[in-house]
Design a protein around this ligand. Structure first.
Ligand SMILES: Cc1ncc(COP(=O)(O)O)c(C=O)c1O
Length: 391
């Protein structure tokens, strides 16, 4: 393992702070490292492995498709792409899908579509503490200076207002504004849940000012929050929805969905992605989504999310380090009054993978197939880690 890590440090670009384990295999909620150590995985590739590791329905679909057609150009029709678009449209309030390869690319597509629809209006208002990706357009939409500083100048036309502040949003609108873009629950920004009525208020402001409502559901989408799409917890009908992460069951794929009225602004030549929606990725995504968007499956996610939050609330009553338990469905955060990293490392030593956002927030995004026993394992490990870190 040490040799491999040394090779990695020599040859792989230094863009991640990696933990010192080489992961070699996964099954369900578990992964194994190259030394044979088994870990319960509550990171799930950061909300990607929603069906767990190597779900049979996805691996079978990949194998089958790989023997038929792996890639062909979007100059031709591709059956699994059409079927996937139909499924996503039927389960959402949108009418058309565009496929790409990642969350940031889905947001780039949304930004371009909003600008084209805006016919000269180009400004997009997003939220402080948001996260929309690392390519320059999505980075410009991301309301966190720490990600932007070293890469200026960023594309113009982006403004940020505080999440949960409708007055600030209204005040930021100018004749150039074409859209408001936000996450229903801010993921990387700290698992921040909106106040009651806030998202409906944002929609009302959009309607009143003829602005598009773009919801970034890259992290919250496809069952994660206990609904097919997080917006369905609220009285919302977004104009554009972006997806990635869980969409492909682990295979890279992103999507931008839009209502017809908006989608028609794009004409051939306006936007494209060579690999976007290719047969292999869309076959995997179709298989993954056939489970992820199943209503009974999603009901179970909501129940398990409530159970996880309830157990964390019990820990909160016992450990003053926990100041807040927050989230929806199986997208859950635990805000601490101390640095979260030592707790993450301690849990890892005890065989459980979790991660931290915003410095002091533990984030739990397990496979949506997680069992009650696995949730209990997480909670007892966390309890041990918190006890050791001092009551
Ligand atoms: C809400 C949200 N949008 C966009 C992205 C970017 O996705 P990707 O890393 O696939 O580009 C992320 C990634 O964490 C995200 O959480």
């Amino acid at each position: 393992m040490e040799n491999l890590i040394a090779l990695g440090e020599k040859y792989v670009m230094n863009t991640y702070k990696r933990l010192p384990h080489v992961l070699v295999k996964g099954s369900g909620s578990y992964v194994w490292d190259s030394e044979g150590r088994k870990f319960l995985d509550f990171v799930s590739g950061i909300a990607v492995n929603s069906l767990g590791h190597c779900p049979q329905v996805v691996t079978e679909a990949i194998k089958e498709q790989a023997e038929k057609l792996i890639h062909c150009s979007n100059l031709y029709w591709i059956e699994p792409q059409i079927k996937l678009a139909k499924l996503l449209v039927e389960k959402s309030c949108c009418d058309k899908a565009f496929f790409c390869n990642s969350g940031t690319e889905a947001n780039e597509a949304a930004i371009k579509l909003a600008r084209k629809w805006g016919q000269g209006r180009y400004e997009i208002i997003s939220m402080e503490k948001s996260f929309h990706g690392r390519t320059l357009g999505s980075l410009a939409a991301t309301g966190q200076a720490k990600y932007q500083e070293a890469f200026k100048p960023l594309p113009a036309g982006f403004k940020y207002v505080p999440f949960n502040d409708l007055e600030a949003l209204e005040a930021a609108i100018t004749p150039e504004t074409c859209a408001v873009m936000l996450e229903c629950i801010q993921g990387e920004g700290g698992v921040n849940v909106p106040e009651p009525g806030y998202l409906e208020g944002v929609q009302e402001i959009c309607r009143k000012n003829n602005l598009l409502l773009i919801l970034d559901e890259v992290q919250t989408g496809l069952g994660r929050t206990g609904k097919a799409f997080a917006y369905q917890h609220f009285n919302l009908s977004p104009d554009i929805i972006t997806l990635a992460k869980a969409l492909g069951g682990g295979v890279p794929i992103g999507a931008m969905l839009a209502k017809d009225e908006v989608a028609k602004a794009f004409q051939p030549g306006d936007h494209a992605a060579t690999f976007g929606g290719n047969p292999l990725a869309t076959a995997a995504a179709l298989a993954a989504c056939s489970v992820l968007l199943d209503e009974e499956f999603i009901v179970e996610v909501a129940k398990k999310g409530e159970y996880l939050k309830g157990e964390l609330e019990k820990l909160k009553a016992e450990f003053p380090q926990i100041i807040k338990v927050k989230g929806l469905g199986l997208m859950v955060g635990c805000e601490l009054n101390t640095d979260a990293l030592p707790i993450v490392e301690s849990c890892m030593q005890k065989g459980v993978l979790i991660n931290a956002v915003g410095g002091n927030i533990l984030r739990f995004v397990p496979a949506l197939t997680v069992t009650k026993a696995e949730i209990d394992q997480l909670v007892s490990t966390l309890k041990e880690a918190l006890s050791e870190s001092g009551k």
